[in-house]
Ligand binder design. Structure first.
Ligand code: NAP
Length: 245
């Protein structure tokens, strides 16, 4: 996406990013912070979150916050407590990037272990339901809030061996569309983004033999992420956006 970014385009915005210790989420945290946002870094590996935190502070961007949370094991109460802490500390939430996700293992459908299916659904779908549900009241306190789900081409068309991952991305699209319709006359907008093939650990796990130099980097796809978090996208609701189009 071609989006000409004005400096400080996210100034004074409070944005929570799941899975912000690595890959696309890490890059989004750095890019949004550079544009003036205060980032709430959520993830399961504290050392990775701390490294992103340090990089933001060293650059003189707004001081972020860290929320260590494993989306696999977190309970509804954990999300409600987190939402209360965010409300007490920041008052509002202007942006929520639901980015964390796992691949599972590519294999024939008939061989997917139940436990793996549940793990992918828990992290990629169920945790997003609990997060959004808990955060809706604090998102409603912002003048305009953007909730961005992370989709995939596999959330639009199923493909052999991508079993639970593909089904989880269809569910993500469905969740986004239900919310976008339900909140159409509100100040909260809901969209999904398909990063497209991007050089990260997840991509390397899926395509170990691929030459990563042929892929976009997380930094390359940030214009679309910035657009969807910035006020320029107010009025865009219920859309599926391809970052590499
Ligand atoms: P990645 O490099 O593997 O990063 C995934 C992030 O999610 C990591 O920060 C990881 O934390 C976090 N995460 C995983 N399980 C978690 C859990 N249980 N609790 C909390 N955090 C957890 O993958 P990526 O490529 O950046 O993927 C980001 C999103 O883009 C995913 O939703 C993916 O499906 C989607 N996507 C990626 C591509 C691509 O080509 N890369 C294409 C289409 C869609 P740890 O580092 O601590 O494990």
């Amino acid at each position: 996406m071609n989006y000409s970014i004005k400096p400080n385009t996210l100034k004074n915005k409070i944005i929570l990013i799941t899975g912000s210790g690595d890959g696309i989420g890490r890059q989004a945290a750095l890019t949004f912070a550079e544009q003036g946002a205060t980032i709430i870094l959520l993830g399961r590996t504290v050392a990775k979150l701390e490294a992103v935190y340090d990089q933001i502070v060293e650059n003189g961007w707004p001081q972020p916050a860290i929320v260590p949370l494993d989306l696999q094991g977190a309970t509804e109460k954990n999300y409600i407590d987190m939402a209360s802490t965010i409300e007490a500390q920041f008052g509002v939430l202007d942006g929520l990037l639901l980015n964390a996700g796992v691949l599972g293992t590519l294999r024939p459908f008939g061989q997917i272990p139940e436990q793996e299916w549940q793990q992918v659904m828990q992290i990629n779908v169920h945790s997003q339901f609990l997060l959004v549900k808990a955060l809706l009241p604090v998102l409603a306190k912002a003048d305009h809030a953007s909730v961005l789900f992370t989709s995939s081409g596999l959330g639009k068309k199923g493909r052999s061996y991508w079993g639970a991952y593909s089904v989880s991305k269809f569910a993500t699209e469905g969740m986004m569309q239900v919310l976008a319709d339900e909140y159409a006359n509100s100040t909260i907008r809901f969209n999904s983004i398909n990063p497209g093939p991007t050089h990260t650990k997840l991509r390397t796990r899926a395509y170990p033999a691929e030459d990563s130099k042929t892929l976009c980097t997380p930094a390359d796809i940030m214009p679309a992420y910035l657009y969807l978090m910035a006020d320029d996208s107010i009025g865009t609701n219920g859309e599926y956006i391809e970052a590499q189009e």
